[in-house]
Ligand binder design. Structure first.
Ligand SMILES: CC/C=C\C/C=C\C/C=C\C/C=C\C/C=C\C/C=C/C(=O)SCCNC(=O)CCNC(=O)[C@H](O)C(C)(C)COP(=O)(O)OP(=O)(O)OC[C@H]1O[C@@H](n2cnc3c(N)ncnc32)[C@H](O)[C@@H]1OP(=O)(O)O
Ligand code: FAD
Length: 674
């Protein structure tokens, strides 16, 4: 147990001091992020099994591996995990087999096993997600056991060279042939080539392929199909399939992101993924309840990404906070000992709001997950899909906001560690390069913001007609009667300030849209001409959701008073940090006055000072194992300098005193200048 380990494990005196006085029960906080005591126990049990297994160690640091070695090393570990989890009796009491694997890959532990991506990630995430969420029961009975056992490995192939964002523009076709009861999958152009899917290059034998459904010359739009890409046993690509890897990326280089082309590949009709839409043998198309239901896997993954980036922020804040308590630099008072850098208010301003953000993200992600589950339940019951626009808008808003906040936050954590934060051994560079693509995949963020804006404008118009509003915009109903100014600066007052700012921004942009329309501009062009403003209002609405959820989560919290008190302070910090960052917007909308902004800035300084003594305890409470952190700067013992030195010794350049390259290049140059 982490709480008990604190008593016996070695750590440097600076961290001993930080840990000596803790005002709250760390274990209670650990349980929050695991989703309950039982899950904490399960995670720790899995950790003990995984981290004591030599087969899951890297033979050399992955940074010194070639492209092929990295892929092979991660695939080796992923397959080992699958086999081990299928058979290990120690894992039976947590469901064993596939359940335990899914559990682990949907937890922070996957970042500990796979440091730079995992060739099976898309299999466990989106391929299984498509089977479970998009297939009929009959289809699931056929595909799920094969996918769970690893008999087939799959991925989700939607994006093409020519189109990622604009789904309706996909060019891959699935043309129904009623004579043979088959679909013909084809890539008609170079731009129709599937491009990017993880695990596609060399790993997957099957794929869910998004293609335009054509029946008797009519296009019914993008639909998912299961296509076999590689032969059983030999794994050779099948006739009509051209498949491979797309080459090095900024990060996630073990994912074998791939390309894929089809030359009139025939698949049985029943390989169309048919929970929502169907094609009957005679070619009759059976419409889904909503055309957007086939986008469901993306929505699920957007929810997953909110948690995933939260774990990345937990790792980065743990590293930067511990380092800030161990690192001494400069002088606060002339002639005095150099203080821990965490004593500087500007350093506190780097780490503490990011620690608070972890909580904010977690609570909002949890509410989003519940909305997702409710919508799924309704879909399965065949009841109405009223909440679908809410789910779409909220998942777009939170995925876009959190992926941006966390990427920026990780960058701040790296800067907060000075030069050492730039070292691969700090792990901050890899945490950054693994997180920044979440701003692009699963919907490029600007595009998602515009989806949110579309929902907001529609809701705004609905509100002015007195119509029904979805939960996240229920506050629009007051929009005509409210004055803009807020008078109290409590959390609920600040949430209200956000509401008023959103409404003020919407009013202005709706007016501009209207004006353009009256001047004869087509709506789509007017929309484009207002889109910077539209993105801005969507961002403010998203921040409102997160602040609101944080306050509501604490209002419901039933734990100890110590934890409650520290979470109240973190919530307050998150609110004030957000509002002061957005003060231009709140001032412009009239929600706040400059005097109120000054008061909030003063309070921000006081909160940083109040939370400073708890900083290390707060990140300890995330309970991240050293293997999860994988960092010279963030390890539990704080033995930063020895770790940095030992890691440097692993550089292959240090194997010899004088490298061959010297004799080849430098020596001739230096000699010629003698
Ligand atoms: C079991 C485990 C499960 C999950 C995994 C867990 C964790 C994963 C965590 C981390 C992941 C780590 C590693 C994975 C790495 C990478 C994976 C990446 C995968 C991918 O990137 S897959 C490809 C993703 N691609 C996109 O997201 C494309 C983005 N584009 C779109 O979504 C759409 O094209 C767009 C922009 C929404 C527009 O669509 P379209 O043109 O069809 O719509 P219209 O504009 O005509 O109409 C809009 C209309 O429709 C509504 N709407 C749109 N989408 C939805 C939806 N999904 N649901 C409901 N409604 C939708 C929209 O609101 C409009 O309604 P309106 O007309 O206003 O009423
Ligand atoms: C690491 C990684 C993993 C991925 N994994 C997968 C996967 O497993 N499966 C899969 O199918 N795909 C995958 N993708 C692809 C990913 O989903 C797309 O890259 C993403 O959806 C963005 O599409 P795009 O690349 O076409 O960008 P584009 O849409 O071309 O975007 C380029 C620019 O154009 C702007 N833009 C585009 N449309 C609009 C608009 N309507 N309004 C305003 N601005 C616009 C964008 O904001 C952006 O600035 C992955 C991508 C990455 C980076």
């Amino acid at each position: 147990m982490a709480g008990k380990q604190v008593q016996v494990r070695f750590c440097v005196p600076d961290l001993q001091k930080e840990r000596a006085n803790c005002s709250f029960n760390k274990e209670e906080i650990t349980n929050i992020f695991d989703g309950g005591e039982h899950n904490t126990e399960t995670r720790r049990k899995l950790q003990n099994i995984i981290f004591s297994d030599p087969n899951l160690q890297d033979p050399i640091p992955p940074d010194y591996m070639s492209h092929e070695q990295r892929y092979e090393n991660e695939l080796r570990k992923a397959v080992y995990v699958m086999k081990k989890f299928m058979t290990d009796p120690q894992l039976q009491d947590i469901g064993g087999g596939p359940e335990a694997i899914k559990w682990m890959y949907n937890s922070i532990l996957r970042h500990a096993i796979h440091k730079d991506g995992n060739p099976l990630m898309l299999h466990f995430g989106m391929f299984l997600g498509a089977i479970m969420g998009q297939m009929s029961e009959e289809q699931q009975a056929e595909w799920l056991p094969k996918a769970m056992s690893g008999e087939i490995i799959g991925t989700y192939t939607q994006t093409e060279l020519g189109h990622g964002t604009f789904l309706r523009g996909l060019e891959t076709t699935a043309t129904y042939d009623p004579v043979t009861d088959e679909f013909i999958i084809h890539s008609p152009t170079i731009t129709a080539t599937k491009w990017w899917p993880g695990g596609l290059g060399k790993t997957s034998s099957f794929a869910v392929v998004m293609a335009q459904l054509h029946i008797r010359g009519q296009n019914y739009g993008p639909h998912p199909f299961v296509v076999q890409l590689r032969e059983h046993v030999t794994h050779a690509s099948r006739p009509g399939i051209t498949v491979g890897e797309i080459g090095p990326r900024l990060g996630l280089n073990s994912n074998d992101n791939g390309f894929l082309r089809f030359d009139n590949v025939r698949i049985p009709r029943t390989n169309m993924v048919m929970k929502h839409s169907k094609v009957l043998k005679d070619g009759t198309y059976v419409k889904p309840k909503s055309a957007k239901l086939s986008y469901g896997v993306m929505v699920l993954t957007r929810v997953g990404i909110c948690y995933d980036v939260c774990w990345q922020l937990m790792r980065a804040t743990t590293i930067a906070t511990r380092y800030a308590a161990v690192r001494h630099q400069s002088e606060l008072e002339v002639g005095e000992a150099e203080p821990q850098i965490i004593e500087y208010q500007t350093q506190q301003y780097k780490v503490l709001p990011m620690i608070a953000s972890v909580y904010a993200i977690w609570f909002a992600a949890d509410t989003l997950r519940h909305t997702y589950m409710e919508v799924q339940k309704n879909i399965n019951k065949g009841s109405d899909l009223d909440l679908l626009p809410e789910l779409h808008a909220s998942s777009c808003a939170l995925k876009a906001l959190f992926s941006t906040d966390v990427t920026d936050g990780i960058s701040v954590m790296r800067l907060g560690c000075g030069g050492h934060g730039y070292l691969a051994s700090s792990n901050l560079p890899r945490i950054y390069t693994s997180t920044t693509p979440s701003q692009t995949y699963e919907g490029e963020n600007t595009v998602l913001w515009l989806q949110v804006a579309r929902f907001l404008i529609k809701s705004f118009r609905e509100a002015s007609k007195g119509g029904r509003l979805q939960p996240s915009v229920a506050y629009f109903k007051n929009h005509q009667t409210q004055t803009r100014r807020i008078t109290d600066l409590s959390n609920s007052g600040l949430v209200s300030g956000y509401e008023r700012s959103v409404l003020s921004m919407l009013e202005a942009v709706a007016k501009q849209l209207q004006q353009y329309s009256e001047e004869g501009m087509r709506y789509e062009h007017a929309w484009n001409a207002c889109s910077v403003r539209l993105v801005n209002v969507a961002k403010v609405h998203a921040r409102y959701i997160v602040c609101d959820q944080f306050v509501k989560a604490l209002a419901k919290y039933e734990g100890s008073s110590g934890v409650r008190q520290i979470m109240d302070q973190l919530c307050r910090l998150y609110m004030i940090y957000s509002v002061t960052n957005d003060q231009g917007i709140l001032l412009k909308s009239g929600a706040l006055t400059p005097d109120q902004c000054n008061l909030l800035e003063e309070e921000l300084g006081e909160l940083l000072a109040a939370l400073r003594p708890e900083a290390v305890n707060l990140v300890d409470a995330f309970d991240l194992h050293d293997e999860v952190l994988d960092s010279t700067l963030g390890a539990w013992d704080g033995d930063v300098y020895n770790r940095l030195y030992n890691e440097a010794m692993k550089s292959p350049l240090n194997k010899v005193d004088v490298p061959d390259a010297y004799y080849k290049y430098l020596q001739p140059l230096m000699k010629s200048n003698l």
